[in-house]
Design a binder for this molecule. Structure first.
Ligand code: PLP
Ligand code: COI
Length: 366
């Protein structure tokens, strides 16, 4: 059992919040992803001697960091992504926060950062929503995306785990991650670069993994693709995941396949939820090694009928085509697959309270 949250919060409301009209104009516009931020944020300090302390909700704004802070030199940083959903009755809910809180702890362990208790993680979301609830949009398929993150703040240039850290939560009203919403996307296969290494940090949600993905991401954009598919870092033969999403293949015979966790794949909470929903439907679920050749030949032969990406930001997004240096498979103009869209519908029906939450995944925030 998780201990209850016990940090006492100081709440210092912003003296320059957006007006109700300004907020309404933002929420009525094209939200996109990660462009707008609410008026407040959460900040909690940690040091080795005191542990977690000084929890506050304060105005959203720049951080004051010592230029010698370890995060700026050695990249000791981790983050999470989790959303708040407004239900038809106005109430605000989040999805499986214990799973995100536990993953933040695993990321912290790998990056030698302190572990925030899971109950404090959920409480930090609740504290932010208590002041910024009006920022949770109500338009269909929109949400408030929380970005909890932790950085090493100790001013010390010796290379060792920092003895001071800070945890923050910022929040961003969000629509679709991809510009075209749920329309199928094209994916670029990274043949020259990996995002993770054997024994590296691939299974942790740390900024460094994303930094490693940006050069291939730039190649993807140049090829008209929106995400990068990474192969396993050892043999370069098996598919792992996209730069910011897990991946699933649907077979003609009804099987649904996703790469097994390999130590270098991020264990997505959407991935785990899709696996459960697929099992609930009686589908045969396979978590195993999937070679890039299986994807290419399966799509070409019709054995693989659908491919999709999933993650908190992406929800469930159909993958229309896969391109590499000397090949292309799939058809970006083909309609999104039926299984993909049915799983997406079921997941979002649970998240938006349109369907009973039979697995107890939803937690009320306000
Ligand atoms: N893989 C990577 C690299 C990610 O950044 C994400 C997003 O968080 C995911 C997978 C999906 O994880 P989740 O479903 O928990 O958002
Ligand atoms: C998320 O889905 O929460 C992520 O962190 C992935 C990123 C593409 C925004």
């Amino acid at each position: 059992m998780n201990a209850a949250a016990s940090l006492a919060y100081r709440v210092a409301l912003s003296d320059h919040p957006r007006s109700a009209d300004q907020r309404a104009a933002i929420l009525a516009g094209e939200l996109g992803f990660g462009k707008h931020f609410t008026d407040h944020m959460v900040a909690i300090q940690w040091d080795k001697a005191t542990g977690w302390h000084d929890a506050q909700v304060c105005a959203y704004g720049p951080l004051a960091l010592d230029p010698a802070a370890a995060v700026l030199h050695y990249g000791q940083e981790i983050f999470e992504g989790i959303k708040a959903y407004r239900h038809a009755d106005g109430s605000i809910w989040t999805f499986r926060p214990d799973a995100n809180g536990a993953r933040l702890q695993r990321s912290a362990a790998r990056l030698a950062l302190p572990q925030l208790p899971v109950a404090e993680f959920t409480e930090s979301l609740r504290q932010l929503v208590a002041v910024d609830h009006a920022w949770v949009p109500s338009a269909p398929e929109s949400s408030l995306y929380f970005r909890p993150f932790m950085i090493a703040t100790e001013a010390f240039l010796g290379v060792r785990p920092a003895q001071g850290a800070a945890y923050y939560v910022i929040a961003s009203p969000a629509g679709a991650y991809f510009a075209k919403g749920v329309a199928p996307v094209s994916i670029w296969l990274s043949e020259d670069f990996a995002r993770a290494a054997k024994g590296g940090t691939g299974a942790a949600k740390c900024g460094g993994n994303y930094a490693a993905s940006l050069l291939p991401q730039q190649d993807a954009y140049a090829q008209g693709c929106s995400q990068v598919l990474f192969l396993d870092p050892v043999e370069g033969k098996y598919i792992e995941e996209l730069g910011g999403m897990n991946v699933f293949l649907v077979c003609r015979d009804g099987r649904i396949v996703t790469p097994a966790l390999s130590g270098s794949i991020l264990e997505g909470i959407t991935r785990a939820s899709i696996l459960q929903l697929a099992r609930d439907r009686g589908m045969t679920v396979e978590e195993r090694k999937v070679s890039i050749d299986e994807w290419k030949s399966g799509v070409a032969s019709g054995e693989i009928t659908e491919v999709f990406a999933c993650g908190t930001a992406a929800v469930v997004t159909p993958i229309g085509a896969l391109k590499g240096k000397d090949f292309a498979v799939g058809d970006i103009n083909a309609p999104a697959g039926e299984v993909t869209m049915a799983l997406r519908r079921e997941l979002t029906d649970i998240q938006y309270g349109r369907m009973p939450d039979r697995h107890g995944w939803m937690v009320k925030l306000a």
